[in-house]
Design a protein around this ligand. Sequence first.
Ligand SMILES: C[S@@+](CC[C@H](N)C(=O)[O-])C[C@H]1O[C@@H](n2cnc3c(N)ncnc32)[C@H](O)[C@@H]1O
Length: 304
Amino acid sequence: MSNRSAKETAENSLKPFVKWVGGKSQLITELEKAIPAKNEKTYTKYCEPMVGGGALFFKILSEYDFKDLYISDINPELVNAYRVVQRNAGDLIQKLHELQTRFLPMDEKSRKFCYYAIRDKFNSTSLTKATATEKAAHFIFLNKTCFNGIYRVNRKGQFNVPMGAYAKPAICDEENLRNINKALQRAEIVCGDYSLSRKFIDDNTFVYLDPPYRPLSETSCFTSYNAENFDDNEQLRLSKFFKKISDSGAKVILSNSDPKNTDPEDSFFDEMYKSYKIERVSATRMINSKADKRGRITELLISN
Ligand SMILES: C[S@@+](CC[C@H](N)C(=O)[O-])C[C@H]1O[C@@H](n2cnc3c(N)ncnc32)[C@H](O)[C@@H]1O
């Protein structure tokens, strides 16, 4: 694995193609420090099994030369969008371009009508090979135009976020999508539980685990990326997975919320990961309904 030249980087700088709750753009500098240096044992494989919007993944794609890449997520619509960008970017761009040309000149009333019609269509069409590209286009459209870029579903699994208030949302970023399409050709994209990545991971693999955050308090709870909850038992199951892949020789980093922000006595993660390195890094919470809770807090960066 090696860093690419600065010139190449500037030309191929890739950005996430969706906004994602828990997106790690803010922590990139801290996360980058954990990427194995060139002179460390050769890590040739990169694995991000809970990829979300992929802030670190796109940084890695832009600036590092890992030979094999594996990404996955449990959200089928998100994974479908990654796959369509990988396999059918031309048609996707065409559909997004049409949506953008139609939507941007509309007044607010017409935009609302259009947004909710697309949301209904997205919710009533099941995901099949035949509908994959249209569903990915609608998924990206909804992500760019909905309130705060949140992906939230009701108990029936239907996307239920209202329209946001963006004057000129960038629905179709053609250049970025084309660059991502090229870079994704060497990636394996899987829909399902993070544990499926076990067979990809070996002692040449650098792994980044970024699970849904453990809520800091009842009111700050936002972990609903899909219809299931990522509760404390899930955090425990993930810590066992961390240990397993660490024991197999992989280099692993994991980020999570720091319970000590709200309760200095809460050592949930300190106990769980006591055999590993635990750093507290500074961040600003992006998703919180209460403006006064948007201050700087610490987040955990755990590594082996
Ligand atoms: C904090 S977000 C990741 C954010 C990402 N690092 C970014 O920069 O956008 C956590 C992700 O884990 C996914 N997820 C939740 N449970 C999962 C599971 N059991 N296996 C795989 N992915 C899961 C969610 O769908 C969500 O996309």
